[in-house]
Design a protein around this ligand. Structure first.
Ligand code: TYM
Length: 331
């Protein structure tokens, strides 16, 4: 049985990128593997949420996980900050993580560019905390979207470095994984290649969105003037609409609009209307369950408590062994 670990930062409802990138295929594997799925609330502190926002967003993600179909009886669902052992491993890994390699990570360089006034140590050491999340359970596989590939490479680097430094064969190499499929990147509605809340809230479709919100956002999605010659290559924004359609619509629908595009007869208004309706149908069951679960605080408490217990058990075992390997010994 393989160990599978993944997490999502709490920023509110999950969007389609989170769902298709990290969750959808995880749902399939939860019954066949030893799965851990957590809410990365320590990671979210780099953006300085208020206490109320932090708590509200953690709850939102927990509700979304359950609404999406994570089964707490199969997978261990927990909140990262309920497992203090993660921070100990983070500290230990940081002693062997070098400034140069951390500064070269693409996501860090991007943050320097987009938020130069808040380049904090948490951002620099984001990959060490992420490595700790994964190797604390000795994970084999980590279901994530394409944007997390480099972070997983760092996790392998830190795991191997620990083994070499202490001359042990203790940590295994975790790999980014999407259940036999390519790692994916769901595009945004704003023409960008990645649906991302931090880049543009309106580029995201959330699992909890109302039908009206979906229609409004999709109708405003970026497209172009339309093709002027048959089989013209698609502009990025148009390619994005087709990719979103590929994710949620029937194959016939996708082929229909592709044919219209290739014969210069496409009307983006019609395509967007269809995409919006398909998105409404796709998200409706999630939204319904999100509404049901949001008021069930007793159930959420039970799930989080039970998850924390199981995750702590696994994490404590690792920390105990790691401390022994490093040489922390009792007198
Ligand atoms: P986060 O919160 O940015 O995103 C959570 C997951 O959703 C995936 N994702 C996407 N996949 C495809 N297309 C998109 N547009 C898209 N947007 C987001 C991400 O790839 C990710 O899998 N560092 C992580 C959270 C984390 C973690 C971990 C993940 C912390 N520790 C340990 C795995 C293992 C993050 O910020 O993801």
């Amino acid at each position: 049985m393989e160990i599978v670990v993944s997490g999502i930062r709490p920023t509110g409802d999950l969007h389609l990128g989170n769902y298709f990138g990290a969750l959808k295929n995880f749902l399939k594997m939860q019954y066949e593997n030893n799965c851990y799925f957590f809410i990365a609330d320590y990671h979210s502190l780099t953006t300085h949420p208020t206490p109320a926002d932090l708590h509200g967003n953690v709850k939102r993600v927990l509700v979304n996980y359950l609404a999406a179909g994570l089964d707490p009886e199969a997978a261990c669902i927990y909140v990262q900050s309920d497992i203090p052992q993660v921070t100990e491993l983070y500290l230990l890994l940081n002693m062997n993580a070098y400034k140069g390699e951390l500064e070269r990570v693409a996501s860090f360089k991007e943050k320097i560019r987009t938020q130069p006034d808040n380049v904090n140590a948490g951002l620099l050491t984001y990959p060490t905390l992420m490595a700790a999340d994964v190797i604390i359970h000795k994970a084999h596989k980590v279901p994530v979207g394409k944007d997390q590939e480099q972070h997983l490479e760092m996790a392998r680097t830190f795991a191997n470095r620990f083994n070499r430094l202490y001359k042990v064969d203790y940590f295994i190499e975790p790999v980014a994984y999407n259940f036999g499929e390519e790692l994916i990147k769901i595009p945004g509605l704003d023409g960008s290649t990645k649906m991302s809340k931090s880049d543009n809230e309106n580029s995201c479709i959330y699992l909890g969105d109302s039908a009206e919100a979906i229609r409004k956002k999709v109708m405003k999605a970026v497209s172009d003037q339309g093709p002027t010659e048959p089989n013209q290559p698609k502009a990025q924004a148009v390619e994005n609409l087709f990719n979103l359609m590929k994710a949620v619509s029937a194959e016939d629908t996708l082929n229909h609009f592709n044919d219209l595009y290739n014969t210069c007869q496409i009307r983006y208004g019609d395509m967007k209307k269809q995409l919006a309706e398909d998105l409404v149908i796709f998200t409706a069951p999630f939204r319904e369950r999100i509404l049901e679960l949001s008021d069930d605080n007793a159930y959420l408490h039970k799930v989080a408590t039970q998850g924390a217990e199981k995750a702590r058990e696994s994490a404590s075992k690792t920390i105990k062994e790691v401390r022994e390997i490093i040489g922390f010994r009792a007198f």
